[in-house]
Design a protein around this ligand. Structure first.
Ligand code: NDP
Length: 278
């Protein structure tokens, strides 16, 4: 999937394998802390329709409250939350989902992810999610930080293919093997830490491309993910940056620019690296 993608907008969605539509750009709220409520309200005001939280972020309550107060109809907003590692296991996962839904104060979650491929526990957790998605409180299930061998095992053992794999993904960590497998299996790739948590926003190659388009480095990084067909969830607590990060639909990278960005891959991991996770 490549530019010239001129028809992408903040309202653009990708259709998951089970038919559910997921907005291509969302707001991440990891470490948004006490700013979570205002950030989500600002994003929804700006036209974002997708929020990515997790039980472990400790802010599901603020996310749900912001959604309820926003006046935007619930069915227009896509909400993801995640099962934390310490709550993995079949029965634990069922209880953790109930608790997340209750903290969110919503009737349903759009996407529930296994946050991490916890050994010994992930298959039981996954079977619980497969059960939950049959009901009316959950629309789609997926995984996060699953590398090819985790995906292969999950599908072989349970027969249930995730709709989404949320992984760290940006030009400095391009995750080619996982992306290739996801493409083959029809799994949507969702890019987390698309701005490298701010750690590489001074790169000269990206800066030159940004300058050529009169855009910021952050906008070029987000655009790169979108043009590769991924869902992307930059985090900011600041209204101006939340707006900036959505200002990515009025330009397109050239083939040469995209290739330059593709060439920056150096397995630069900002936090935890599941590559060798058992
Ligand atoms: P990002 O790559 O989105 O970077 C966020 C950082 O960049 C913050 O410090 C933010 O600061 C800063 N920033 C945001 N916009 C701009 C901008 N336009 N210019 C300059 N700086 C900017 O990191 P995250 O790790 O937060 O990833 C995004 C989301 O992905 C998370 O919030 C979470 O929802 C998800 N995630 C999932 C993980 C998983 O294991 N499944 C792991 C990590 C993240 P400020 O807020 O002050 O603007």
């Amino acid at each position: 999937m490549h530019a010239k993608i001129t028809d992408l907008t903040l309202a653009s969605t990708v259709t998951l394998a089970n038919g559910v539509r997921m907005p291509r750009l969302g707001l991440g709220v990891f470490r948004a802390g006490k700013d979570t409520y205002d950030a989500v309200r600002a994003a929804l005001d700006l036209g974002y329709r997708h929020v990515d939280t997790a039980a472990v972020y400790g802010n599901e309550g603020d996310v749900g409250r912001a959604i309820r107060d926003s006046g935007v109809p619930r069915e227009e907003i896509f909400v993801t939350t995640k099962l934390w590692n310490e709550e993995q296991g079949h029965d634990e996962a069922l209880a953790a989902f109930d608790a997340s839904l209750s903290r969110l104060g919503l009737d349903y979650v759009d996407l529930y992810l296994l946050h991490w491929p916890v050994p010994e526990k992930r298959l039981g957790s996954w079977r619980a999610l497969a059960h939950l998605v049959e009901g009316d409180r959950l629309r789609a299930i997926g995984v996060s930080n699953f590398m090819p061998r985790h995906l292969d095992e999950l599908i072989e053992e349970t027969g249930v293919v995730p709709t989404v794999d949320q992984i760290e993904l940006h030009p400095f960590h391009a995750q080619r093997p996982t992306r290739a497998l996801c493409e083959k299996l029809g799994i949507v790739v969702e890019a987390y830490s698309p701005l490298t948590k701010g750690k590489r926003l001074d790169d000269p190659t990206v800066a030159a491309i940004a300058k050529a388009h009169e855009k910021t480095i952050a906008q070029v990084m987000i655009r790169w993910s979108l043009e590769h067909g991924h869902v992307v969830i930059p985090k900011s607590s600041k209204k101006e940056r939340i707006a900036e990060n959505a200002g990515v639909f009025d330009f397109a990278l050239t083939d040469e620019e995209r290739m330059k960005l593709d060439g920056l891959d150096e397995h630069f991991v900002t936090a935890w690296d599941p590559t060798d996770a058992p």
